[in-house]
Ligand binder design. Structure first.
Ligand code: PLP
Length: 375
């Protein structure tokens, strides 16, 4: 096996393919489109494999849209809470589906998109969510949320200029959330859906999470399509890549201050920012809860931030400098959010192909740090 230059994220393509097969089944059986939300997972080297199972990508803005266009191909959708006119004009060159966040953005820029031949979407805040991760931090419909037009204003929208009714209201939701959203939209927004060609039910469908009943999603989409005769689109990110890869790290030093500490080459604040933001404690292969095994350590990174703590873990045997640690389920919202705070090197990227070969696809070093600091 190729020696990993840690910290390093490793994508497992066999597991990815299995997840994509679920998405493909939804596409086939429900008769809907499934897009990859590249905000969650953007690894062009894996796109050739993903392309066969998906209809395209959805972007959070211009740069992701360019990448989707250049690296994935197929359909490019884009949504942003706000665009400038120039951005919309440039987006029409790379995306075929442009979604606006409000009646106001739609009125200002909708014609630019339409005149360029793009399909136009309007994001609506449906007032329904079952997102629980991180409380209101990840609930797109939380009070005063800036995402999507509010139901009270929909009657004043010129729906003749809208092709796609868009809602994104879920986060790591099981089928109850997906089905609940589809039924809620069906019940509360029928007059508007009657005027569009497609409905995009956003992301947050945790399709490949154990416990997600894909058949219930398929049934709900089929019922929705039968009632309205519209195209249905899903745009999951996390749900396509959950449990498809790990972050490999190395113990650099052991330390003691009232408890055993291990300082790693991977850090919460630079390599797994969601550990601090959500917050959550990532699992480590072979480790238990603190106190479960005889040797408990608190893991921290090399940055100067006192709170750069990954969590507490216990092991059968004491750790030693040079030991490798593997944090599980680190593909979604992980490597796309890394940073170089303190000059910390970015975590590298690698792919384990289905024949077992591990290929490094990056060799990040000083250049990535220096480039983002300007001339
Ligand atoms: C508009 C939109 N679509 C899709 C997604 C993807 O969501 P997830 O990765 O939870 O499936 C997001 C995530 O924030 C989003 O904001």
């Amino acid at each position: 096996m190729t020696k990993l230059n840690t910290p390093c994220f490793v994508l497992d393509t066999a597991r990815l393919r299995k997840n994509l097969e679920t998405a493909n089944r939804v596409r086939g059986e429900a008769g809907c489109k499934v897009l990859l939300a590249t905000k969650a997972f953007a690894m062009p080297a894996a796109f050739p494999l993903m392309r066969d199972y998906l209809d395209g990508t959805t972007a959070s803005g211009e740069h992701e849209a360019i990448m989707g266009h250049e690296e994935f191909g197929k359909e490019v959708h884009v949504y942003s809470p706000a665009y400038t006119e120039d951005e919309v004009r440039r987006l029409t060159k790379v995306a075929q589906h442009i979604y606006f966040n409000s009646a106001e953005q739609l009125a200002r820029f909708g014609d630019i998109a339409r005149d360029a031949g793009c399909h136009v979407g309007l994001r609506v805040n449906p007032g329904y969510s079952n997102a629980t991760l991180g409380g209101d931090l990840y609930n797109p419909t939380a009070p005063t949320s800036r995402f999507g037009e509010v139901p009270e204003k929909l009657s004043s929208v010129d729906w003749s200029g809208v092709d796609i009714f868009h809602v994104h209201a879920l986060c790591e939701s099981l089928h109850e959330g997906s089905v609940g959203l589809i039924e809620y939209v069906s019940e509360h927004f029928a007059p508007y859906i009657a005027q569009v060609k497609a409905v995009n039910f956003g992301g947050g469908h945790f399709l490949n999470k154990p416990g997600y009943n894909v058949d219930k999603l398929i049934t709900a989409i089929k019922a929705f399509r039968a009632r309205f005769g519209v195209e249905v689109i899903l745009e999951p990110g996390a749900g396509l890549v959950v449990n498809t890869g790990e972050l490999h790290a190395t113990v650099l030093a052991l330390h003691w201050n009232a408890m055993d500490l291990a300082i790693l080459d991977a850090s919460a604040s630079t390599h797994m920012p969601d550990v601090l933001e959500v917050p959550y404690r990532p699992d480590v292969i072979g480790a238990g809860q603190p106190g479960e095994h005889p040797n408990t350590y608190r893991f921290g990174g090399k940055t100067c931030m006192t709170g750069d703590i990954i969590g507490d873990y216990s092991f059968e045997k004491p750790l030693a400098p040079g030991d490798e640690l593997i944090f599980t389920d680190q593909m979604h919202y992980a490597f796309v959010k890394t940073n170089t705070f303190n000059g910390t090197p970015l975590a590298n990227l690698a792919i384990r192909w289905e024949d077992g070969r591990v290929e490094m696809i990056s060799d990040f070093g000083y250049d990535e740090f220096r480039r983002r600091l300007g001339r």
